[in-house]
Design a protein around this ligand. Sequence first.
Ligand SMILES: Cc1cc2nc3c(=O)[nH]c(=O)nc-3n(C[C@H](O)[C@H](O)[C@H](O)COP(=O)(O)O)c2cc1C
Length: 190
Amino acid sequence: MAENETLNVIRRRRSIREYGEKQIPDDTAALVLEAGLYAPSAGGNIENDIHFTVIQKRETLDRINLLAKEAARASGLSWLVDLGNDDSFHCLYRAPTLILVSYRAETAAPETDAAAATENMLLAAESLGLGACWLYFPLQAFSSAAGRDLLKTFGLPEGFRPYSSLIAGYRAGAVPVIPPRKTEHISWVR
Ligand SMILES: Cc1cc2nc3c(=O)[nH]c(=O)nc-3n(C[C@H](O)[C@H](O)[C@H](O)COP(=O)(O)O)c2cc1C
């Protein structure tokens, strides 16, 4: 298969769920966030329609974990309830940085646009030697009144809501190995 740096980063990226305590330097975080702004978007106006909340305060990260687990327990979905009840589970895997990816809700495809930005940031993180993981779980934190109050303290602009999130930091455990992808699910029409 062709070798180039972009393809190598795409193949190498994995969801990382073990982190050291060391924080990401601000200039490295800025590069990751900038990559998010270069994502495609349905409305073509990402700079006006996206907002990143970079959370690095341990107390706030742990509060989001607790609120998300509380919401998971109330969800009625057994796999979420089990995670909510698991004392050893921290939904942010104790990563030092959480980035909430919020989007202007009244746009054509806010969830998809936030997803594209999220993937750009995951790839940027990998290319910069960081570990990262896309996370749905912590978004549940903002479904309760207490979670919405917390969200308000983040200063999200009016009309925006979080659609995805990612954690990032320095990998502590082994890199998960995933075998090369098979190609039999590809059909060509030509
Ligand atoms: C929309 C979306 C939501 C995800 N939410 C979570 C999550 O809440 N917690 C988690 O540990 N991983 C989450 N992941 C990561 C997936 O579990 C992971 O991408 C998948 O298992 C494939 O592994 P890889 O990323 O190492 O290739 C999410 C991924 C996506 C795309």
